[in-house]
Design a protein around this ligand. Structure first.
Ligand SMILES: [Fe+2]
Ligand SMILES: [Fe+2]
Length: 402
């Protein structure tokens, strides 16, 4: 899918002029509208039905409500990209906006980078809308909903005055969730120096974003029955997911990712295989994959899926997280963690980190992995690979000592 219709929203007329010149020079066949405020933007959207909206942060419509949230609610298919000049000091505002935006870019942003982002967001939607994936999803009895507790935490975090203690209290209200989250936090795989006994302490020690990942993990993994299929035990999945999350965050940091990128890499690592859980409900799917593997030696689970269905558990997981409104970098990393270069252009650090962490840990577990050469040749990835391999070994050993 090529995005043909865009809308740019910015109160600065010079910025709008710059967008016009950019499109004329680099994508002359795309059409675009320009609005200097949120109200005009919404009116134009009704008529134009754009593929993507590129907006400044904090644009409002009637009653001072947020433009991004309104578009998310009334035009959910429109790709929402925030291009903002807010400084790092306003990171909280940005964090809030990114809950309703697919992508966040900081000004000044090179024209090519902006356009590549719009195209990548469109490609991701194309992957998540493929016929093969839609058929697979439509055969599923149900898709889990986003946990209520997660909603509550997101809205509580929108308040600048919320304290760590209050966030801990919100989590504590859901007793069964708290018990499960603390159980995971205190398991050996998490590598904490001491036991955590209550949610307040967990917020302080782990940070809110790690806890949010655990809440999503618990929602998905504890709803699933333990599987009869070999290689799919929930304990094994927890071990693999938590190690992938930790390694993915470290790789994102080594790639120079901001704290936001590192958090997304952790979340994507934690949730990258959720699609497998959904597919366990489909015994026919799993047995056809097993049959493929029995026919061809050295065929990995994911390779067999692509061979048989032209899609995989990765895209299924990405689809669910997209439905839940998680940010694009996380959805993309989960959807493409076995084929990181199926989206064109430079691979995002969140996707690169998730892919590499999963692949390195699968190697440690004895799987035969053919690394994606195109990805390895990007930036400093190839030169850093030996260090990350050692790190994967270290994480495994740490686990075995505990
Ligand atoms: Fe996977
Ligand atoms: Fe995995």
């Amino acid at each position: 899918m090529i995005p043909h219709r865009l809308i740019f929203v910015d109160p600065d007329p010079n910025a709008l002029d710059a967008y016009k010149r950019l499109l004329k020079a680099l994508r002359p066949t795309w059409s675009a509208s320009y609005a200097s405020n949120g109200r005009d933007a919404i009116q134009t959207m009704r008529k134009l039905k754009p593929d993507a909206m590129i907006t400044e942060l904090n644009m409002t419509i009637e009653n001072d409500s947020d433009l991004l949230k309104a578009v998310q609610k009334f035009y959910p298919d429109v790709i929402r990209i925030v291009l903002s000049s807010e400084s790092d000091a306003q990171a909280e505002t940005i964090l809030r906006a990114t809950q309703s935006a697919h992508r966040f870019l900081a000004k000044p942003c090179k024209g090519e980078v902006l356009l590549a982002n719009i195209e990548q967001a469109a490609e991701l939607r194309k992957i998540l809308n493929s016929r093969e994936l839609r058929e697979l999803i439509s055969g599923m009895p149900y898709l889990p909903s986003l946990p209520q507790l997660y909603h509550e935490l997101i809205s509580a975090m929108e308040s600048p005055l919320i304290s760590v203690a209050e966030l801990g209290d919100i989590i504590a209200r859901d007793v069964s969730m708290t018990t499960r989250v603390l159980h995971l936090v205190n398991s050996a795989f998490f590598g904490l120096p001491r036991q955590v006994s209550n949610p307040r302490e967990a917020v302080v020690m782990l940070g809110m974003n790690v806890l949010k990942s655990l809440i999503l993990y618990v929602k998905l993994f504890f709803a699933a029955p333990d599987s009869k299929f070999p290689g799919f035990s929930l304990d094994d999945m927890w071990e693999h997911s938590s190690l992938t999350a930790r390694l993915s965050r470290e790789i994102a940091r080594d790639l120079g990712g901001s704290s936001r990128v590192q958090e997304d890499a952790f979340l994507a690592g934690m949730l990258h295989d959720v699609g497998k859980l959904l597919l366990l409900e489909q015994p026919k799917y799993i047995s056809s994959i097993k049959w493929q593997q029995s026919q061809q030696e050295d065929l990995s689970f994911a390779e067999a899926e692509y061979l048989e269905y032209s899609t995989s558990h990765a895209e299924v997981g990405g689809y669910l997280l997209g439905l839940w409104g998680l940010p694009d970098p996380v959805v993309e990393a989960v959807a493409c963690h076995h084929r990181p270069t199926q989206i064109s252009g430079e691979t995002s650090p969140v996707l690169a980190a998730t892919y590499l962490a999963n692949a390195l840990l699968c190697c440690k577990a004895g799987d035969e992995i053919k690394f994606d050469e195109t990805l390895l040749n990007q930036g400093k990835i190839k030169s850093m690979l030996p260090a990350w391999t050692n790190q994967a070994t270290r994480l495994h050993e740490e686990l075995n000592h505990n």
